[in-house]
Design a binder for this molecule. Structure first.
Ligand SMILES: *Cc1c(COP(=O)(O)O)cnc(C)c1O
Length: 364
């Protein structure tokens, strides 16, 4: 056995690292990024703020200015606490670390955001995934409730809307899951800006639910900032596994300034929601011509589609310098699916034009 193999945990050695496609030179519709650059009107102000940042000092551990900006931008009620993460990915990891008693289980749906399962593995938790309904990816509430009874998960993650499927679950089903859960239920609202549906005003009614948001999908993916919102009793415990100064000074400065100008990003989001509506209509018209194709309803900034040979369509798009996400291998329910991030109007036209000619040549 090699030195490395003898030292690294076997469950870690068995993992594939989170893979990010090389995107240089491509129209990038693979990672749910906002396609728009930082608005011109904010650039000088941001530069000034960043150059005044005291980088000789450790960051503010309490993120005081950022907390004020977040509370105001996201309308977070006074009675709820906030915990900051280096992206919501780090918050998922903090939650898992804090709850990973020996034998503890982490529950979610399948397909779900891949980091739920990866982080469960990192923290030696047992991952339980309950399949969504095959036809339309709706939540199978009875199966979820049965899994909760059987597995008694300490943590349950529900993305609302769900990634990679894009749909919102029935609110009453989410409530039933929270009520039935012996552990903590985390509602991941990474795509809130595109769905306008939230549990923020309900969360304090439940003793065992917290909510997660991120600025990534809003146009600030490079800043790396996520927040956990919930009762003081939960957040003080999770805060104990947070590394000191996890939110660096540049992130605090930039996010504070940009959240004070959140209107600019909301405006971009509105364009993307209109583009999503147009994309769904255009795909609907296109797919009516080709049997075996399907477009799933989305409340996020991406649309999941099914095509007869997703690998071939993915490759043909890539040859035309358009990068999407081939989600076909991620779960048996995801066979022959591609996840398309909504881009700028010009990028969406380029995608539709390319997809049209690819399907026409494949079906000819
Ligand atoms: C993108 C995404 C995240 C990750 O957000 P970061 O704040 O960038 O780490 C979390 N949850 C879901 C469901 C996502 O799709």
């Amino acid at each position: 056995m090699s030195a490395v193999g003898g030292v690294i945990r076997s469950d870690i050695a068995a993992l594939a690292a989170y893979h990010v496609q090389d995107a240089a030179g491509y129209i990038k519709l693979d990672a749910m990024e906002n396609p728009f650059a930082l608005p011109e009107t904010l650039r000088d102000g941001l530069a000034k703020q960043l150059s005044n940042t005291a980088i000789n000092r450790y960051p503010d551990p309490a993120c005081a200015a950022l907390t004020t900006a977040l509370r105001s931008a996201m309308g977070i009620p006074k009675e709820l606490d906030i915990l900051h993460g280096n992206g919501s990915d780090e918050i998922i990891q903090m939650l898992a670390l804090a709850c990973a008693k020996p034998g503890a289980k982490l529950l979610s749906v399948e397909p779900a955001f891949v980091m739920f399962k990866m982080i469960a593995t990192f923290c030696r938790m047992t991952y339980v995934g309950v399949p969504l309904r095959a036809a339309d990816f709706r939540l199978d509430a009875d199966a979820m409730l049965a899994a909760i009874t059987e597995h008694q998960p300490v943590l349950t993650f529900l993305a609302y809307p769900n990634n990679p499927t894009g749909n919102l679950f029935e609110r009453e089903d989410v409530r039933r899951i929270i009520r039935a859960s012996p552990g903590l239920v985390v509602i991941d609202e990474a795509y809130f800006a595109f769905s306008s549906q939230s549990f923020l005003d309900e969360i304090s009614q439940f003793p065992n639910a917290v909510l997660m948001r991120t600025v990534s999908k809003l146009g600030l993916a490079g800043v790396r900032l996520g927040v956990l919102i919930g009762r003081h009793a939960w957040l003080t415990e999770v805060d104990k596994v947070r590394l000191p100064y996890n939110i660096n000074s540049f992130t605090q400065t930039a996010a504070t300034f940009l959240l004070e100008n959140i209107g600019e990003f909301i405006a971009q989001t509105k364009v993307l929601v209109a583009e999503r509506t147009a994309m769904a209509a255009n795909l609907g018209r296109l797919f009516a011509r080709f049997p075996g194709t399907l477009c799933f309803h989305s409340e996020a900034n991406f649309i999941l589609i099914r095509v007869p040979d997703a690998a071939a369509v993915f490759a043909a798009l890539k040859a035309r310098k358009i990068l999407v996400k081939n989600t076909s291998q991620s779960h048996t329910l995801m066979q022959d699916t591609l996840r398309i991030t909504i881009g700028s109007p010009a990028e969406n036209v380029a995608f539709l034009t390319a997809l049209t000619s690819i399907l026409e040549s494949q079906y000819a």
